[in-house]
Ligand binder design. Structure first.
Ligand code: SF4
Length: 81
């Protein structure tokens, strides 16, 4: 079993997402798009691609992605922001 991340995590709710990819443009080092266009974590287990560990240098961009997601499909878990 994989260790859970210690820092903040960007959670993607694929049931809300329309797969247009704005967040992948804001976080190209953390997110890619699957063959349907939905954002997925670049790294991590295939079964955990909706939870993206956020490095400190990506926290501002992740916060922007949460604020700009038109479908409120993104949340940051485990951050004081
Ligand atoms: S910005 Fe929101 S709706 Fe758009 S691809 Fe990302 S999670 Fe989905």
């Amino acid at each position: 079993m994989a260790e859970p991340p210690l820092g903040p995590v960007l959670h993607i709710d694929w049931t809300r997402c329309d797969g247009r990819g704005l967040c992948t443009e804001l976080l190209p080092e953390l997110l890619a798009r699957d063959k349907w266009g939905y954002p997925v974590a670049i790294t991590g287990a295939p079964t955990a691609r909706s939870d993206v560990a956020i490095t400190p240098r990506h926290l501002d961009a992740a916060t922007d992605a949460v604020a700009l997601c038109p479908l409120l499909a993104l949340t940051i878990v485990g951050s004081s922001r």
